[in-house]
Write a protein that binds this ligand. Structure first.
Ligand code: AMP
Length: 417
């Protein structure tokens, strides 16, 4: 018989790590719902066209898309991110603005798998459509900062940049193209290819041979219109007022083409591997119109769950919650008593597990031990005859005979409820 393992770049998330994932999403939901965001669950696949808007010169679109023809002959793609889906949903449903939504769930990119880089990875994120107030930019960024703090993370660096309006971006791209083209010999082969597609992405090159040319490249800040520059200054002062630390990084272009004006990225200083970016976002004021909707400003962020948890591991924070049951039932009279007690105690709000297959007392006690339950409830023939159970506190080993009628109250006392 053939056996199968997970496909490259995918993983099974087992307990207790899976409980940590849920807790992660729960902390995020608490924070953003308190800030007025509603939960959106977009589909995991869409028409490929939705994602082509992410940027036809980006690797996400040119190389990493999981796309295929379905049986109805549609060109479908598994979502590589969720911002484009949210904008498609906005155009489809035309909700009143401001539309504030949050999401959590997997995305798919055909990348080279390695530590912190997967083909299926999870993100949590928010999007706000319909507002271009710089105070909103600062509030959105502050929400992410608040979330990292709630996880217990300290080593987070926020980089901030403005990519200007689309005209600024085009003028800047022209200036960059001229700069790099006039020094083509000094550029790496890879960056020369990137230059053909999108000069801004050359700034993202991490190749040492490109570093001097990148350092000498024209600056985005010198290509901003007054309106974009004023917006950027207002975002910075709102962040200062909110007590959010940041560094300006005018080389920050990010992987998606749709960003305008404010862009930002969070880096975990505790991570040493190549992938230290744990989240990012920005404004995408043209995206809704690109998808056939009215001109609508938008801003949001996406935070990578997988990588953020690696940062939590590196800092020793946000451990997996313990998920042990409260009580384990050891029934050496055949198991029917255990079945009844499970039903009764679970209905009363306790976490309860039991053994099966009428095993011996010794082997059932072993399972009870391994379960992590704080209490074992033991039922033998004597207990059945007297309508009692023996309650054993696992840590101390102390035992008490308790009548069935008093069991719930006794458990509450023992478990400190
Ligand atoms: P992006 O959607 O590319 O702006 O990415 C936002 C965040 O998602 C990044 O900062 C990462 O934390 C995470 N991320 C993106 N791609 C991957 C991947 N292939 N594997 C794991 N995390 C990813």
């Amino acid at each position: 018989m053939p056996t199968y393992n997970t496909s490259p770049g995918t993983r099974d998330i087992l307990a207790p790590e899976s409980a940590r994932w849920r807790a992660f999403q729960q902390v995020f939901a608490d924070i953003v719902e308190r800030a007025g965001f509603g939960h959106i669950i977009p589909p995991m696949f869409e028409d490929l066209g939705v994602f082509l808007r992410v940027g036809e010169t980006t690797e996400i679109v040119t190389k990493e898309m999981y796309d295929f023809d379905d049986k109805g002959g549609r060109r479908i793609a598994l979502r590589p991110e969720q911002t484009a889906s949210v904008c498609r949903a906005f155009v489809e449903h035309r909700p009143v603005t401001p539309w504030k939504v949050w999401y959590a769930g997997p995305n798919f990119r055909y990348e080279k798998p390695q530590q912190g880089r997967y083909r299926q990875f999870d993100q949590v994120g928010v999007e706000v459509l319909g507002i271009d107030d710089p105070q909103l930019d600062a509030e959105v960024i502050a929400l992410a900062v608040d979330f990292y703090r709630r996880l217990g993370l300290h080593g987070i660096r926020l980089s901030l940049n403005s990519l200007g309006d689309s005209g600024d971006r085009d003028r800047y791209a022209t200036a960059l193209r001229a700069h790099f083209t006039s020094h083509l010999d000094a550029l790496s082969t890879e960056s020369r290819a990137t230059l053909e597609r999108n000069p801004l992405r050359v700034l993202d090159s991490k190749r040492p041979e490109d570093a001097p040319l990148i350092a000498a490249a024209p600056r985005m800040a010198d290509h901003l219109t007054d309106a974009a520059a004023t917006h950027f200054a207002a975002v910075q002062s709102a962040l200062r007022a909110a007590g959010v630390d940041f560094v300006i990084d005018d080389r920050l272009v990010r992987g998606l083409d749709y960003y305008r004006r404010t862009t930002f990225e969070f880096v975990a200083t505790s991570l040493t591997a190549a992938h230290t970016a744990i989240g990012g976002g920005g404004r995408y004021d043209g995206l809704v119109a690109d998808l056939g909707g009215p001109e609508t400003p938008g801003i949001g962020f996406a935070l990578g769950l997988d990588r953020t948890l690696l940062a939590c591991d590196a800092e020793g924070v946000f451990a997996a919650p313990t998920s042990a049951v409260d009580a384990f039932i050891v029934d050496v009279t055949g198991g029917e008593q255990a079945a009844q007690l499970c039903t009764q105690l679970r209905a009363a709000g306790f976490g309860v597990d039991r053994a099966y297959d009428s095993r011996s007392m010794k082997s059932q006690m072993k399972v009870a031990d391994r379960s992590g339950a704080r209490v074992a409830i033991i039922i033998g023939e004597d207990e059945v005859a007297a309508n009692t159970v023996t309650v054993r506190t696992m840590e101390s080993g102390s035992q008490q005979l308790v009548s069935r009628g008093e069991l719930v109250e006794r458990l509450k006392t023992v478990l400190g409820r």
